[in-house]
Design a protein around this ligand. Sequence first.
Ligand code: GRF
Length: 365
Amino acid sequence: MSAEYTPATIAEARRLRDALDREGKKLVFTNGCFDLLHAGHVRYLEQARALGDAMVIGLNSDQSVRLLKGPDRPLNNENDRAEVLAALRAVDAVVVFEDQRATSLIDAIHPHVYAKGGDYTVDSLNAEERAALQRAGSEIRILPLVPGRSTTSTINKMTAEKTGSRLRLAVLGSGEGSNLRAIVSSVQNGQLDADIVAVISDHAGSNFLKLAREAGLPAHFVDPGPNPRKLGEAAQKEIFDHLERARVDVVVLAGFMRILKEPVISAYSGRLVNVHPSLLPKHKGANAPQLAIEAGDAETGCSVHLVTAEIDAGRVLEQARVPVLPGDTPETLHARIKVEEHKLLPRVLSEWRQRGLPVRGAGES
Ligand code: GRF
């Protein structure tokens, strides 16, 4: 049996940096948890390594991963994580560190280039890390994350298959509630493995709420506040609290006619989905079927998309097409679009975990 891998020491990493420096070469440094390697990590590390002549990885210790990601992580201990990383062709050395931030390592190693993945900008880097990088004179390079690949999504897929864990859904709506009815039917006939744990409406007298009550679902009316078009701050917070209490995985906007803002938008980022009656990015906002007719479109349809702060602009998950027929009115067209919505929305929800989309408590990795 071969001996266990021993991670590099900080002094060894620094010696590597100084040796490269003498030759006018560059050391790249990056850091992270690297708990369960996937193609996204490998591609990221290849890109990072290409920024210099050798690369050292600062690997979060088991204790620091627990603090960053929760008590169930890491899946693999620090020596194993270091050994797997060190076997990659992009990686020259791995140093394990205890802090949640890599500040002390940056101070000790003085890398020429610091690579970071993801949604960061130079400005949104942790202030201490940024200060350490400035002291070290390191060039900061932000690399794009590879979409759809994350440790969390892999874990979600595995646990969903093993435990058959049901998605905890909240459905928000204001009107007729036909999409809610479609979701309820899919749950009842077993096509959608989910529990509807909250139904929320801003319209006390809506058919949406009536339907929810008739189906025996936990229905809740939220007073939207004094402005007839906007959802007031108190209502935004009340919805958030309600979702949190119900431990909701995914929030579905099914004809919710007011705009959701903070704190829901950020807290449920990636887990907040809307159905819209057009082929987005075409015809955003209200009256989409009418806009399609006015534009003379030969076809339109519906989109299930993630919700962000910008209206109808989040990532489209799936669409279905519907022809615009001669003589269509906005009403006849909308009715045909809804027939497709009622199939599309439950389907996307039933595939939620297989698509690697996040659920509650899933931080990205
Ligand atoms: C649907 O057409 C949906 O696309 C839009 O609002 C409508 C809601 O209909 N966002 P319903 O209340 O589900 O019948």
